[in-house]
Design a protein around this ligand. Sequence first.
Ligand code: SF4
Length: 277
Amino acid sequence: MSLAIPAISQGVLQTLDTCPRQFQYQYLQQFSQVEDPIFSQRQRWGQQFHRLMQQVALGLPVEAVADADPELYACLERLLADQPWLVGSRKPGEQRQVEIRLSLYFDNVLLTGVYDLLVRWISPVAGGQSPDQTAIHDWKTGVHQPASRSLKQRWQTRLYLFLLAEASGLPPETLTMTYWFVRQSPIQSVKVPYSRRAHQATAQDLRRLLDQLQQLIVQPQLLLPALAADSPACRYCAFASFCHGQLATTGSRGRPSNGVEAVEPPLDWEAIEPLPL
Ligand code: SF4
């Protein structure tokens, strides 16, 4: 048995770390999941917003979206009114990249991530030496905003900062990742700093997870035990009927309840429809 995915993304790592059994169902046995219409609708909305931001960054007109999806357009306008520099013209010493994919082999496994916006700023310091600062910006389109602590621990944060540090060779202390919650009014953001210590901890955890992944691939007959039925992960899991003989809470993925953090639908860039221009 082999892994039916070409590269390891943050979503794969998050699933493996949260529930290895879910990873087996989803990526090794490739069980199909029951489609949740609310989840799918939120996923489409998120995809459209990302495409819209990409088009704004390219200088393409997007006004036609105002009629097609007023809420989408209102969120865009609110973000740009609040933080116009996110799509503004480049300042001297500033480099920007939009929707850039970074991939890197780590212990012979290809890790990958797509960055909504990367901004590298070389701050001028009188007299010479100037520290590079590089910021990852990520649009979050979920209805609810997870706690900052949860965001820092999520594999998207950890993997994106790790990949950037490894791929660029930049010191971890010069990197940050900021999440923008575009459906909040006013717009909310959470900025996560990085450090050498966090980088080493991520490398260690990555090795642990990739070792576990290899074990699962070579032992396809081994079905790992289920989490306790009242685990937060089981509440919204599409495989709950396999593990606990019951259906997961339908129509509610992404809705925090009883302390469960909202999980934003992952983006499938290949499936994003172009916006009407
Ligand atoms: S229902 Fe729970 S134990 Fe079963 S796969 Fe999903 S998260 Fe894992």
